[in-house]
Design a protein around this ligand. Structure first.
Ligand code: ADP
Ligand code: MG
Length: 401
């Protein structure tokens, strides 16, 4: 793979595919980690006199403009971080984008509007994606892939565009891949993996591969309930993926055979309704129950205090830790304790600790922890998991040639 240093960028339009998909609450950025993570790449290109055209997706708009997913607040924040103005194009490949890019002087930066406002970005149809990539290619002379959180997506700006322009890998992706290599090649043991979050089906797959590598797998977040159900317990109205139960049973059996220890929570924090994470209104019916005693109708929303202690103990001697997915609905203070406990256990560990996942990384910072206390905080959850699963990532493959 070529790096930025291999490109002659001075005076040329350089398209930087970044992942600026930050959490927003009513137009306010609640965690700017992903913006800060790619800023050094942009700054380096500015320094070398490039005309920098930054592009990203934000959220999941449906292939057409949708103001709630506008990147406008991100342009402002990127400008603050870079300490220089960032011109914002109000479309991605339309009149505004063309005019803004044409007006760039050497060392100036523009951010295009959300790539996913165009159906071609995420299309499954090669021709439709290709046509959009052609339009994007018209805006630049060179391509730098640095949107690590999106490299597992076969999207126009990630996969098709680098085939159309001389390209290089950005510094963020290079760092991320270096860390993941360390988790797949010579791992220092015990190697403990903590899995949580809400995208259960995305995450169950990684366990298959980890069964051959990890020593211990701790299960929290929304995945817990599929495991508990598989063990014959009632899970009320908690997140559940019935269709994954046979897979989970197979994992538990294989874990036992191969000596990989699965650690499930022993108690669960529940409520009858999903908490209001915006107003953070107190949860009137908060309760902690045994993991085998979730009442019908209740929602499991965090691991309980005994589970926090158990997880901390299982992390204490780890030499390598990979953590993806919050332990509970940490966006509400009533259900943040599990995530806080795991974060603290990673900080206390003297092993190499990696946090992966947009929400997990945001949680660490929103809960007020010092991000320098970790070995690495990855900007990509799905991307990290697919890498660890041994899959070929389209956005990395595209940067190879
Ligand atoms: P990441 O972005 O780190 O990969 P995910 O996107 O998979 O993580 O999951 C993050 C989300 O999971 C958070 O918004 C959190 O509220 C949610 N979550 C965690 N535990 C539960 C649970 N028990 N029920 C519902 N949602 C949960
Ligand atoms: Mg997420």
């Amino acid at each position: 793979m070529k790096t930025i240093e291999d490109l002659d960028v001075a005076g040329r339009r350089v398209f930087v595919r970044a992942d600026l998909n930050v959490p927003l609450s009513g137009g306010t950025i609640t965690d700017d980690g992903r913006i800060r993570a790619v800023a050094p790449t942009i700054a380096k290109l500015v320094e070398r006199g490039a005309k920098v055209v930054v592009a990203s997706h934000l959220g999941r708009p449906k292939g057409e403009p949708d103001p709630q997913f506008s990147l406008a607040p991100v342009a402002a924040r990127l400008g603050e971080i870079l300490g220089r103005p960032v011109a914002f194009a109000t479309d991605t490949v339309g009149e505004s984008a063309k005019a803004t890019v044409a007006a760039l002087a050497d060392g100036e930066v523009t951010l295009l509007e959300n790539l996913r406002f165009n159906a071609g970005e995420t299309s499954k149809d090669d021709a439709e994606r290709g046509a959009f990539a052609d339009e994007l290619a018209g805006l630049a002379d060179l391509y730098v892939g640095d949107g690590f959180g999106a490299v597992h997506r076969k999207h126009a700006s990630v996969f098709d565009l680098p085939a159309r322009l001389p390209h290089a890998v950005g510094d963020l992706i290079a760092t991320e891949v270096g860390v993941l290599k360390r988790l797949t090649e010579e791992v220092e043991r015990p190697y403990v993996v903590v899995l949580g979050g809400s995208k259960v089906s995305d995450k169950v797959g990684v366990i298959d591969n980890l069964l051959g590598k990890a020593d211990r797998i701790l299960i929290g977040g929304g995945m817990v309930y599929t495991f508990l159900k598989a063990q014959g317990h009632e899970v009320g109205s908690s997140l559940l993926q019935e269709d994954q139960i046979p897979t989970v049973l197979d994992y538990l059996k294989r874990g036992e055979e191969s000596g990989v220890e699965f650690v499930l929570p022993v108690d669960i924090a529940i409520s009858g309704t999903f908490p209001d994470t915006r107003t953070q209104a107190p949860v009137e019916d908060f309760a902690v129950v045994g993991a085998d005693g979730i009442p019908a109708g209740a929602l499991g929303l965090d691991i309980g205090p005994s589970s926090c202690a158990l997880f901390a103990e299982k992390l204490a001697d780890a030499k390598t830790v990979f953590w993806n997915g919050p332990m509970g609905v940490f966006e509400h203070p009533a259900f943040a304790d599990g995530t806080r406990a795991v974060t603290q256990a990673l900080i206390d560990s003297d092993g190499f600790t990696v946090v992966g996942g947009g929400d997990s990384a945001a949680a660490v910072r929103i809960l007020g922890f010092d991000e320098t206390k970790f070995g690495h905080i990855s900007t990509g959850g799905g991307a990290s998991l697919e890498y660890l699963e041994g899959k070929t990532l389209p956005g990395l493959a595209a940067l190879e040639g």
